[in-house]
Design a protein around this ligand. Structure first.
Ligand code: SAH
Length: 423
């Protein structure tokens, strides 16, 4: 029997631009995509239209499929000969149970590959302006799970069961992962290069246990003045950062819900100067883009680059003309001016010219006006130079700019919903 293959792919932390090139290639040839909650929905657009998309959840309160069922699904689809992409938030081997899924595939003799991803543990702080290491401040970082399951001595990276497992016993037990920190009496003392710069501590899945994590760190000798940051929905337009100290972060972070990364250490102080992402001019703004679907994406990308969250909401649609005759007849006559008020108008006219077996020579001796640079560029793509482009891209400026047109023949190709002013 020919088996398919499973690609265990890291989707990155949220910003859809943070998936790897290899990850995108896998998505492009996927027959099936099995994805988690923290995966950007935009990434699914890379997959072929007909690919099967299966959501398996994975918030602590939202597991559509259990881990066992997910493993079984991977095996089953691969056995059908399919190319399966297992798309997981961040990096698949950082608290993502990617290792367990790979083991299930090994057991079932299914070929697989792992495509690492950008983990939220580093990327969320980076987008909040916090480098996890910094010369003279922190020379190492450690990533912990803020969840612990009963019977585990380290922070157990179990996104599914751990939220349910915050029984008092689990909460009151200090996190042993932290206990390898220097004790209070060695803090700040010169004990060689390894203790002068403190390690940055990063916790994923830490919100439910924030109180006990902080208490453990304080017990381990961390000063209550240690800078701390919570970065929620890092790398996305909804990113929210709450900064405080070990002494007050529990209070300040009260309204912060998962998913969030907790960063503990002096590196957090660098944020004040390095918070580039949240400082972009349109950060935090949701903007409806009402252009036609085909034309919206360019504007949306520009808005996103400035920090906005663009929402495509087309209120117009560009359709071919119902009746070509008026335009064909107009094109059959000579004109003094042709005034284009949109790139779409240029396209429509060019299509009809071509349909009549004609080309740019049809405009020999005709003066061309474009309402703005995009329209002029569309003309240029057909080898046509706009004789006049107003400084201000509005109909009024065209009238003022083309001068006295008394007695001239003017062609004005435009949409049927365009304003009457220019005519
Ligand atoms: N494999 C993932 C982590 C999965 S565990 C990775 O490498 O990023 C899920 C936890 O990751 C969440 O509880 C949260 O702590 C963190 N997380 C994931 N995406 C995040 C984001 N965009 N912003 C902040 N934290 C995030």
């Amino acid at each position: 029997m020919i088996s398919g293959i499973v690609y265990i792919v890291g989707a990155g932390p949220g910003d859809p631009g943070l998936i790897t090139v290899k990850g995108v290639e896998c998505l492009r040839r996927a027959d099936v995509i099995i994805y988690d909650r923290l995966v950007s929905p935009h990434l699914l657009d890379y997959a072929p239209f007909q690919a099967e998309r299966i959501y398996v959840g994975k918030a602590s309160s939202d597991h559509i499929l259990s881990q066992k069922e997910t493993n079984r699904l991977l095996v089953e689809r691969a056995r059908q000969g399919k190319t399966v992409v297992r798309l997981k938030g961040g990096d698949p081997f950082v608290f993502g149970r990617g290792g367990e899924e790979a083991l299930a595939l090994v057991e079932a003799c299914i070929p697989f590959e792992v495509v690492p991803g950008v983990t939220s543990a580093i990327a969320a702080p980076a987008y909040a302006g916090i480098p996890v290491t910094h010369r003279g401040v922190a020379r190492s970082f450690a990533v912990f799970s803020g969840h612990r399951t009963e019977g585990e001595t380290r922070g157990g990276g179990d996104a599914e069961t751990a939220a349910v497992s915050s029984q008092p016993s689990a909460v009151s037990r200090p996190l042993s992962a932290i206990s390898r920190q220097p004790s209070a009496d060695t803090l700040g003392s010169e004990r060689g290069p390894w203790t002068v710069e403190r390690e940055t501590q990063i916790f994923l899945m830490g919100m439910e246990n924030l109180g006990s994590i902080v208490a453990s760190l304080l017990e381990e000798g961390y000063s209550s003045e240690t800078p701390v940051a919570l970065v929620r929905w890092g790398t996305t337009p909804q990113q929210e950062t709450v900064v405080g100290t070990l002494g007050d972060i529990v209070e300040r972070g009260r309204g912060v819900h998962p998913p969030a990364v907790l960063v503990v250490g002096q590196v957090v102080s660098l944020r004040e100067r390095l918070k580039w992402f949240e400082d972009r001019p349109l950060f935090g703004k949701r903007i409806l883009v009402t252009r036609s679907r085909e034309q919206a994406s360019k504007l949306s990308c520009l808005l996103a680059e400035q920090g906005a969250e663009p929402i495509d909401f087309p209120v117009i649609q560009i359709l071919p003309m119902e009746d070509d005759t008026p335009l064909d007849e107009a094109l059959a006559h000579p004109h003094d001016w042709v005034i284009f008020t949109s790139a779409n108008g240029v396209k429509a006219v060019w299509d009809r010219l071509q349909a009549a077996g004609r080309d740019a020579r049809a405009f020999a001796g005709v003066r061309l006006c474009a309402i703005g640079p995009a329209t002029a560029a569309e003309l240029a793509s057909h080898g046509l130079h706009a004789d006049f482009v107003p400084a201000e891209y509005v109909a009024e400026a065209i009238v003022a700019g083309i001068g006295d047109v008394a007695g001239q023949r003017i062609m004005l190709p435009r949409a049927d919903i365009a304003q009457e002013f220019l005519a």
